[in-house]
Design a protein around this ligand. Structure first.
Ligand SMILES: Cc1ncc(COP(=O)(O)O)c(C=O)c1O
Length: 369
């Protein structure tokens, strides 16, 4: 059996470190916003090369609270990609703003900068570039656009812990950036978690209040806030895992190279393109097959090889977004990709034998193509 993601092996390899970190939180009983959270925030900010990091309850909250802290509100429009996870647009809606969707690049699947420019209106206030599958959107173009139109950039770095563009780490290209620590992410907790990084002191101060009932001091609530804190236990686990993140990302890069090598002779299988100036950290390894993707997925599952689809329905075609008024055909690149993409098993501990077995099985299904 080859799982899509294997979290058990990683736990077994570092079991003692994890249990020691968790036990120490339990002994201290500092479960909420204790020293483990502050320590992890400092470590994560240092890792990302950012002044501040604020731990929150999830990547969705990280996006939502970053938008709010940056002043996004009802009546504003926020542009993002149609081929992202639902949480990106849910966060825009939570801030009160309206999601405006655009198409993606057919080779990298990253948001199309020219399409962003066409979608700008007088109500546009922000762009959320999504560093999808583990590579950073070409940020020079996005920053230029944002400057020309006076827009805020909030990065969705939920799939891009440690990914780089021109040597600079994801999470440092805009006003703020959102990370998810969902267990399967490159840096994943043992439950939900998230963080916002920012260099802006005012935004930092607002985030600290927003995640804690809007409360700078107990029983004082000068502004809106909610309960969205990173748990101390998760912070302690993340501190352990952060030490291994670069090593794990390198293992993913090696796994991707083996997939490429094994599949490069199959013209029917489209391999993921690496964007210029980008260091991909392969949160996902996404190929395209020409036809019958769902049958291929099923046939692989019958051979106990488990793949994923990220994502089968672009957001403009989701029922929840009928109110936005998009139609089938509006974003042909994303629509075509959604029918053909297949995410192959990918995790740092995946072995050469497992990768070879996935490729052999996939190539053996050529009659489906
Ligand atoms: C691109 C993207 N944005 C946002 C999120 C939301 O993160 P979370 O699941 O931690 O709320 C995720 C992960 O699930 C994601 O992949």
């Amino acid at each position: 059996m080859i799982p899509f993601v294997d979290l058990k092996t990683q736990f077994q390899e570092h079991r003692d470190e994890f249990l020691q970190a968790i036990e120490q939180v339990l002994q201290s009983a500092a479960f909420i916003l204790g020293p483990d959270v502050s320590r992890f925030e400092k470590e994560f900010a240092d890792y990302a090369g950012s002044r501040f990091a604020v731990g929150v309850a999830s990547g969705t909250d990280a996006l939502h609270l970053a938008l709010r802290a940056a002043g996004i509100k009802a009546g504003d429009e926020v542009i993002t990609a149609t081929n992202t996870f639902y949480a990106t647009t849910a966060a825009i809606e939570l801030s009160g703003a309206r999601p405006v969707l655009v198409d993606c690049n057919p080779d990298t699947y990253l948001i199309d900068a020219a399409a962003i420019e066409r979608a700008v209106t007088p109500r546009t206030k922000a762009i959320i570039p999504v560093h999808l599958y583990g590579q950073v959107v070409p940020m020079d173009e996005i920053r230029l656009l944002a400057e020309q139109h006076g827009l805020i950039i909030i990065e969705d770095a939920c799939q891009a812990h440690g990914a780089r563009y021109k040597g600079q780490v994801a999470g440092t290209f805009g006003t703020a950036a959102a990370f998810s620590f969902y267990p399967g992410k490159n840096l994943g907790a043992f439950g939900d978690g998230g963080a916002v990084t920012t260099d802006d002191e005012d935004i930092y101060a607002r985030l600290i209040a927003l995640r804690n009932y809007g409360s700078p001091q107990k029983y004082l609530h000068p502004t809106f806030g909610m309960n969205s804190r990173l748990d101390s236990v998760q912070a302690a686990v993340l501190s352990v895992k952060l030490r291994y993140l670069d090593r794990w990302n390198s293992s993913r890069v090696r796994a991707a190279a083996r997939y490429r090598n094994n599949l490069s002779g199959a013209p029917d299988i489209k391999l993921p393109a690496v964007a210029a100036d980008s260091t991909h950290i392969y949160h996902l390894f996404v190929v395209q097959v020409p036809d019958r993707r769902d049958d291929i997925l099923q046939a692989l599952a019958e051979r106990e090889i488990y793949c994923g689809i990220h994502y089968p329905i672009p957001l403009h075609l989701q029922q929840a977004y009928a109110y936005l008024g998009y139609r089938e055909g509006d974003f042909p690149v994303a629509e075509s990709a959604a029918r053909r993409i297949l995410s192959l098993p990918m995790f740092p501990e995946i072995s050469a034998e497992q990768i070879d077995a996935v490729c052999e099985a996939l190539l053996g299904l050529k009659s489906f193509f």
